[in-house]
Design a protein around this ligand. Structure first.
Ligand SMILES: Cc1cc2nc3c(=O)[nH]c(=O)nc-3n(C[C@H](O)[C@H](O)[C@H](O)COP(=O)(O)O)c2cc1C
Length: 371
């Protein structure tokens, strides 16, 4: 059991915010599979929420099954951040997270996003204003610091604890690092050591239950938050929870199970966004699932152009037939076509040649490359 202030949570595993991906359908998918409790929205501009901007409201769309929910806010104006926190609280949101990792110049110039990591006093004052205004927990998500010469996360975490945050999420890389290199477990451990009471949640590159266990063991963090790993594998929370509780590694989901959940995900996308937009958005979702399908060129080529449910069903039917050539009589992928095992960047073992394992997780193209 883990607590964020007054909020008691049933799992110490968390879904990280992934702008453009962690929408209601995806949160419902991971919740239905299980193992996760608190899930977070994409980051939302505090001012846009106050202006009741349609797109911002869509980002926080939720339902009864999507509980407990955290909304991640970004902004640098204390009054706006406070009022946006009050607003989401009034909607029944159970926790509010502050983005301190956003690298976008426009946000950093005015003191928001990752600039917050460099301005301790100002940031602490903004946070205090939010904490004093709402009853729900306020948490913060940050990187280790701006660059290797400015590893401010331990000091910031401590200052934020004093300002009243209930938990800190820490991605074990610097802002300068982008998504390259290795997640720095020692850096996460330094944040754990810097705070007195609040839980620190480790984050970065966790794509397997063993990697989550290793992160907890090596850093002393109270829980683990997963983003891209959940996109490959929405089962990761259930399998990790089981592994942490029992030491037993559940098998990876079968192709049939992956396809079942992929279809469910599409149904939910259509329910929430309508068929036309839901299908267009799904073009960037399906290839993530497909990364664990084995040979997939035929599927990806077509799915990135899909525009209706019927078309998706047809693509899938054709793909099944095409994929059969890579399978044995039981329908299992022949060993040479199976995807290589996943290892976290911080987990590479000396006896495993780099070419046989996948340690780098792709980052979707676009302005979020350096989240
Ligand atoms: C496409 C994408 C979008 C992201 N959007 C956000 C965001 O809205 N807010 C945030 O705090 N972090 C965001 N991140 C960072 C992730 O939450 C997470 O810290 C990072 O991906 C490392 O965790 P992972 O290796 O488990 O994905 C984003 C990352 C990616 C790849």
């Amino acid at each position: 059991m883990i607590r964020f202030g007054s909020l008691e949570l049933g799992s110490n595993l968390f879904l990280s915010p992934l702008a453009g991906y962690t929408n209601l359908p995806f949160r419902l998918v991971v919740r239905e599979i299980g193992g996760v409790d608190l899930c977070t929205t994409d980051l939302v501009n505090a001012r846009s929420l106050l202006e009741r901007n349609r797109k911002a409201l869509k980002l926080i769309e939720s339902n009864e099954q999507d509980r407990p929910l955290a909304v991640q806010l970004f902004g640098a104006v204390p009054e706006e951040m406070r009022d946006a926190a009050l607003y989401v609280e009034s909607l029944g949101v159970r926790s509010v997270d502050i983005n301190m990792g956003c690298p976008v110049k426009k946000v950093c110039r005015v003191g928001g996003g990752s600039a917050m990591m460099t301005e301790l006093d100002r940031t602490a004052a903004l946070v205090r204003g939010m904490v004093e205004a709402v009853k729900i927990p306020v948490t913060a998500k940050m990187r280790l610091g701006w660059d290797d010469d400015n590893l401010t996360a331990p000091d910031l975490a401590r200052a934020l604890e004093d300002a009243g945050v209930s938990a800190v999420f820490i991605h074990g890389r610097t802002r300068e690092q982008g998504f390259s290199g290795t997640v720095n477990l020692a850096g996460i451990r330094a944040v754990v050591a810097a705070v007195r009471r609040i839980p620190v949640i480790g984050n970065g590159d966790v794509t397997t239950p063993e990697a989550a266990a290793l992160m907890i063991r090596e850093t002393g963090c109270a829980g683990v938050s997963m983003g891209r790993g959940a996109f490959y594998d929405p089962w990761i929370f259930r399998r990790t929870r089981h592994y942490l509780a029992t030491g037993e590694l559940l098998p990876e989901p079968s192709f049939a199970e992956r396809v079942k959940i992929l279809s469910r995900h599409l149904d939910l996308m259509i329910e929430v966004f309508g068929e036309q937009l839901g299908c267009v958005m799904f073009r960037k979702v399906a290839p993530w699932y497909a990364k664990r399908f084995g040979p997939v060129a035929e599927f990806n080529k077509r799915v990135v152009q899909m525009s209706s449910r019927a078309e998706f069903d047809e693509i899938l039917a054709r793909y099944r037939t095409w994929r059969a050539q890579f399978c044995d009589d039981q329908g299992e992928l022949l060993p040479r076509y199976r995807p290589s095992p996943m290892l976290a960047s911080f987990e590479r073992e000396a006896d495993q040649p780099p070419s046989t394992v996948r340690t780098a997780i792709p980052v979707p193209r676009g302005p979020v490359e350096v989240w």
